[in-house]
Design a protein around this ligand. Structure first.
Ligand SMILES: [Cu+2]
Length: 122
């Protein structure tokens, strides 16, 4: 009887240890997903503007620009040095760009110069 009581306690301990491992694994998994999504974001081009017009990102973040307008647009760096531009994005097209240079990277549409946006790379 004592033996079965002990083995029951041992089984319970084993079960709670298993649960502990599952919880830890889940926390690591969710953390990995969060850190991944923090390193890639989307900027929508719609209504002849960048949305959001200003983004604050970590160095190395991949920003995907999606053109949801009927008109073509570009994403060109104002300085020409901070990152490589998208080139002409036709309606429905998108392009992912890595922002590797620290600082404020402002950009515009070469076809419609009134369209402006900026990425604050930290
Ligand atoms: Cu444009």
């Amino acid at each position: 009887m004592t033996t079965s009581f002990l083995s029951l306690r041992f089984t319970r301990r084993l079960q709670s240890f298993g649960l502990f491992i599952v919880v830890i694994a889940l926390v690591i998994f969710i953390g990995a997903i969060c850190s991944y999504s923090a390193n890639s974001i989307t900027v929508t081009i719609e209504g002849f503007q960048f949305t959001p017009a200003e983004i604050e990102i970590k160095q190395g973040t991949i920003v995907t620009f999606i053109n949801k307008d009927d008109a073509p647009h570009t994403v060109d760096p104002d300085s020409g040095e901070g990152f490589v531009g998208t080139g002409r994005l036709k309606s429905g097209e998108s392009k992912a760009i890595a922002f590797n240079t620290l600082g404020i990277q402002s950009y515009h549409c070469a076809i419609h110069p009134s369209m402006m946006g900026k990425a604050i790379v930290k």
